[in-house]
Design a protein around this ligand. Structure first.
Ligand code: KG4
Ligand code: ZN
Length: 346
């Protein structure tokens, strides 16, 4: 079964053709990172306009890279939630129109589900159920329990910032470019991860909180450069030297990773039957996180291929394949709505 996956939930315009939820025949991603690096973050209106401009060329390239025509495509899958309203609109309107035009069944896929299913793509070994999935992106930080394909239960979630958002905000404090995750990871390579100590949040059960960590970094930077709390945070970067930035980046990254390791260890105690831990979402590209998780959880931990950690169309097609296999029905292309905030359980 060949599925065309379309993804536009944030600032990547993406389309891919995937066979049987596993083999990627094409995977086209046009990122708007260069545009938003100038602004230091995503501007929703600008993102939507850019999606509109490149959406059809991206879909056409996905088909031509896969060497297929519309006749070969069995279904279209599209991200309908959650994400930026204008961005989701462009992807879903495109998918709805193509489904009507080419008479293909249309499937609406939740973005977090797609991130999880990136782990079934291109991996020689696939995760075994029951699974604990740690989904860590710019907008979400959740631990999901998965008893079987397409069965998700939220067992932990963040009370405030997502971990990716925390990387982005700390990068801003340190004067590192957007997106903050890769910038922090790069700066951390030359830093001492034990130079600064940041407290772990006191959050019960399997939930997270990352806004305190961001504030702890801010206060420590203010102290380090001898400025009062009222000193504007965006000016702090001018007072830091390269080594200080590297040490802050490394110390922050280590704390964030340690917090996630701690929660997954706790989750394993609460769900002792767990066979695999699956890590997914943009932050799963982080090398320090990968190395630490692999040393702690060894063969039971799975990561997507690094190129599939961020937003892409292949993971949407993979998730759709397992939806179809578990009996999910196509949606009406004339009626598909978007939901910027809906949970994976709804
Ligand atoms: O999944 P994603 O591409 O988009 C959302 O669904 O949000 O995740 C984007 C997030 C951003 O916050 C970005 O800074 C973070 O993933 N990220 C990373 C790395 N690469 C991307 N965070 C830490 N280390 C990285 N190497
Ligand atoms: Zn994402």
């Amino acid at each position: 079964m060949l599925i065309l996956g379309i993804e536009t939930s944030c600032d990547e315009t993406a389309a891919a053709v995937v066979r049987d939820g596993a083999d990627i025949l094409s995977n086209v991603v046009v990122s708007q990172i260069d545009i938003f690096a100038e602004y230091g973050g995503v501007i929703p209106e600008v993102a939507a306009r850019n999606h509109l401009e490149v959406m059809m060329p991206v879909v056409n390239k996905a088909l031509s890279d896969a060497k297929c025509s519309w006749n070969d495509i069995d279904a279209i899958a599209v991200t309908y939630a959650p994400g930026l309203l204008g961005s989701l609109l462009i992807g879903t309107l495109t998918a709805r129109t193509l489904a009507v035009l080419h008479n293909k069944p249309l499937y609406a896929v939740h973005h977090l589900k797609s991130h999880v299913y990136a782990n079934w793509l291109c991996n020689a070994q696939v995760p075994e159920f029951p699974i604990l999935a740690l989904v860590i992106s710019g907008g979400h930080t959740q631990i999901l329990g998965m008893e079987a394909h397409n069965q998700f239960e939220i067992v932990g979630t963040t009370h405030d910032d997502a971990v990716g958002e925390c990387f982005d905000k700390v990068a801003k404090i340190l004067g590192l470019p957007y997106p903050g995750g890769p910038s922090i990871a790069k700066a951390a390579l030359n830093g001492d991860a034990n130079k600064y100590r940041f407290p772990h949040p006191k959050v019960d059960n399997l939930d997270f909180s990352f806004s305190g960590l961001k504030t702890a970094v801010l206060r420590t930077v203010q102290k380090e450069v001898g400025q009062p709390i009222s000193f504007p945070s965006h000016k702090l970067k001018d007072l830091l030297n390269e080594q200080q930035v590297a040490d802050f980046a490394a110390s922050f990254q280590k704390t964030a990773v340690d917090i996630m390791v701690e929660k997954i260890k706790k989750a394993m105690e609460l769900f002792p039957d767990t066979k695999s831990i699956v890590v997914a979402g943009g932050v799963s590209a982080n090398e320090e996180l990968r190395n630490t998780f692999m040393s702690k959880f060894e063969d039971s931990v799975f990561f997507p291929n690094k190129t599939l950690s961020g937003d892409n169309g292949a993971m949407v097609a993979a998730a759709c394949y397992y939806e179809i296999k578990t009996g999910v029905r196509p949606v009406d292309p004339y009626r598909l709505n978007i939901y910027p905030r809906i949970s994976i359980e709804e």
